[in-house]
Ligand binder design. Structure first.
Ligand SMILES: NC(=O)c1ccc[n+]([C@@H]2O[C@H](COP(=O)([O-])OP(=O)(O)OC[C@H]3O[C@@H](n4cnc5c(N)ncnc54)[C@H](OP(=O)(O)O)[C@@H]3O)[C@@H](O)[C@H]2O)c1
Length: 323
């Protein structure tokens, strides 16, 4: 089968389309024919081997596992002997190593049935970005109707889901993005927008009950100034183009000060679970959430898709159509 792979760390130039053996599912896995996959900032971290500390797990000098891609949607071909929830022919979505390929073997516990009225592309756009936004706002933020939520980095994969989920939770949503994505975030339901190329939201004198952080481009004292006295900083990630040291420095300082200030810092290490995939599938099926797909690429053009996402200015999700 055809699969995207890489044998050294680097930019998207290291990614090749190669012929590899079709994977064989273990007892707890499902073999799926991949119909669509989507690209996440996460894939770029694996491709670059950045932050460097991750190489302790992924391979010090070169990647130990040359597969790429995680978000996936497809049709079940066969199931492992312990799998009772799925059968051949089912349309599913979830996460799997090696999603940028014609076949993949996700664990059954990280899959859910795809609603029939949702395309494979829409389903593949959802797992990481949708579950991250859901867990950040619902679980860590415990957002209540009427609360004011600011999303810094609202125009990207996680941000476009976060705007819609925050609205579903009843929040008044301010979306921070660049000029080109303002209309997109408005169309997803944002009540207010801030164009970060013209205005710094931390200087506007407004306060929020929660700030969902996808940009990490402000100091902790700037963030505190923009939070209510018991506000929450929901830290998901940093813009791809800024390296890791500055955001990490801000975070360490914030965590060190946190016992002495009233505002709370919540780190969001999202995990894609079947329960939350089911929640997302119900939102998708009911039309309450629509993945904002900016571009689709073919499997042969995975490197181009990764190049687009690694620049850190995607407008919504980037999807790979496979079969
Ligand atoms: N903790 C977790 O479990 C978890 C899960 C998923 C993602 N993440 C992390 O979260 C971050 C965002 O992920 P993503 O998938 O949404 O990335 P993405 O799709 O690449 O989107 C990045 C967004 O950042 C925006 N941006 C760039 N510079 C900005 C600035 N100065 N101020 C505000 N926004 C800015 C871009 O908007 P413009 O085009 O308008 O500039 C773009 O829409 C990444 O660091 C990722 O690694 C963490």
């Amino acid at each position: 089968m055809k699969a995207a792979s890489y044998t050294e760390y680097g930019s998207a130039d290291v990614v090749r389309l190669t012929d590899v053996e079709r994977p064989v599912p273990t007892d707890d896995e499902v073999l799926i024919r991949v119909c669509a996959a989507s690209v996440n900032a996460y894939d770029c971290h694996f491709m670059h081997g950045e932050p460097r500390a991750m190489r302790l797990a992924t391979g010090l000098r070169r990647p130990k596992d040359g597969r790429l891609g995680v978000d996936v949607a497809g049709r079940v071909e066969t199931v492992g002997k312990n799998v009772t929830e799925f059968k051949p022919g089912d349309e599913v979505f979830g996460v799997s190593r090696g999603a940028f390929a014609e076949y993949a073997c996700p664990s059954a516990s990280r899959l859910a049935l795809k609603p029939l009225n949702v395309s494979f592309e829409q389903a593949a756009a959802t797992p990481i970005a949708g579950c991250t936004a859901l867990q950040a706002l619902r679980d860590k933020g415990q957002i209540k109707p009427g609360q004011k939520v600011l999303i810094n980095g609202a125009g990207g994969g996680v941000g476009t889901f976060a705007v819609q989920i925050a609205k579903l939770l009843g929040a008044e949503v301010t979306a921070v993005t660049s000029t080109k994505n303002l209309e997109l975030v408005r169309s997803l339901g944002a009540d207010h927008t801030v164009d970060y190329t013209r205005e710094d939201f931390t200087r506007a004198g407004k306060r929020y009950d929660a700030i969902l952080e996808l940009g990490a481009n402000h100091s902790w004292s700037d963030i505190r100034r923009s939070l209510t006295s018991d506000g929450k900083w929901l830290f998901v990630g940093a813009v791809a183009t800024r390296g890791w040291l500055r955001p990490l420095g801000t975070l360490v300082k914030a965590l060190a000060q946190s016992p002495f200030v009233s505002q709370k810092i919540q780190l969001v290490p999202a995990r894609v679970t079947r329960d939350d995939l089911v929640v997302m599938s119900e939102f998708l099926e009911a039309g309450k959430i629509e993945p904002a797909i900016e571009k689709t690429y073919s499997l042969a053009d995975v490197a181009q898709a990764l190049r687009h996402v690694e620049q850190g200015h995607a407008g919504g999700k980037v999807v790979i159509t496979i079969s």
